[in-house]
Design a protein around this ligand. Structure first.
Ligand SMILES: C[S@@+](CC[C@H](N)C(=O)[O-])C[C@H]1O[C@@H](n2cnc3c(N)ncnc32)[C@H](O)[C@@H]1O
Length: 294
């Protein structure tokens, strides 16, 4: 039994259609879109001039048209009365034109803001993960770490050092979570101390302890190092402990993106929800604090 299975929570099921086959094709870089007038929610679709479409992604317009768009009454309860307002979680642009974003089916047609709010709501107050990564040389792995952080519903990603980071690997997932910047390790450490969150380093350095079998705190910050140099001495000093992923081959290390994914999954296996269901998300009807995604 997983630790979250004893928890319960309301299931807010949207009344949307079941999405058809979803090919999680590579969504291209953000491009302008005449349909969406600059709306964030509609801008991560593939098929732009600089990102050739590689498959059909997502769903088309809401079947049945505006008359049957999901609505809520004055109290916010689902309604089939056409006089009621459209459920504010849904984006009329997406309902009208389809939703080609790389989001799980449960969030199809939702605004970015509604998705972020729902992910925030599903995160238990006493069990959440922050991820930090040092960024002194424009590390290409940061985007990958951000994407993984999104996949595990991390409470935040913290970029330490240079403010600019390469978003390419994030595949626009950074819009759906909270990304913070800290100019120095000291700044990150001060923030973590203020939040009463332990800082745990992730690196295979002398003195590090195996991640395998390590009881990760239910609420903590995992700090990854720079791809080229690993955790700085200052970062190691700031961490309660440094954890290594035991390797078996000849290479000195994993890349930071892969190490981040393993470390985040290790935390999730102890404290969060497993990915189930056809789209890698929570299966319908599953209960649990992070599984109650509609
Ligand atoms: C490519 S490694 C570089 C540093 C590494 N300590 C070395 O000696 O080569 C970059 C980052 O990936 C992560 N990493 C790579 N391999 C790891 C492992 N086996 N265990 C934990 N973290 C690892 C750490 O966050 C590290 O700072």
């Amino acid at each position: 039994m997983w630790p979250w299975q004893e928890d319960d929570g309301a299931l807010l099921a949207p009344t949307g259609p079941v999405a058809g086959p979803v090919l999680l094709a590579l969504a291209g870089p953000r491009s302008s879109c005449s349909r969406c007038s600059g709306r964030r929610a509609s801008h991560d679709a593939p098929g732009s001039a600089d990102a050739p479409e590689v498959g059909v992604v997502g769903v088309g317009p809401w079947p049945g048209g505006p008359d049957v768009w999901p609505r809520v009454d004055a109290s916010g309860a689902p309604s089939s009365d056409r006089g009621d307002r459209v459920d504010p979680r849904y984006d009329p642009e997406l309902l009208a034109h389809g939703d080609r974003r790389n989001v799980v089916d449960a969030y199809r047609y939702w605004t970015v803001e509604a998705i972020v709010a729902d992910m925030d709501r599903r995160r238990p107050a006493d069990r959440f993960l922050h991820v930090a990564i040092e960024n002194w040389a424009h590390d290409l792995n940061i985007g990958s770490v951000v994407r993984t952080a999104n996949a595990f519903n991390a409470a935040g990603v913290h970029v330490v050092g240079r403010r600019r980071w390469n978003r390419r690997g994030a595949m626009v997932t950074d819009r759906y979570l909270h990304v913070h910047h800290h100019a120095s390790v000291a700044e990150l450490a001060a923030w973590a101390a203020g939040e009463d969150l332990p800082l745990l380093g992730v690196d295979n350095l002398p003195g590090s302890v195996p991640l395998e079998g390590y009881a990760l705190p239910p609420a903590c910050v995992l700090l990854l190092g720079q791809e080229s140099t690993g955790l700085t001495a200052e970062a190691v000093e700031a961490c309660r402990e440094v954890l290594h992923i035991t390797q078996l081959g000849s290479t000195r290390s994993l890349n930071a993106g892969a190490a981040g994914a393993i470390a985040l999954h290790a935390w999730a296996a102890q404290h969060a929800v497993p990915a189930t269901g056809a789209d890698g998300g929570a299966a319908p009807g599953r209960e649990g604090p992070q599984a109650e995604r509609p």
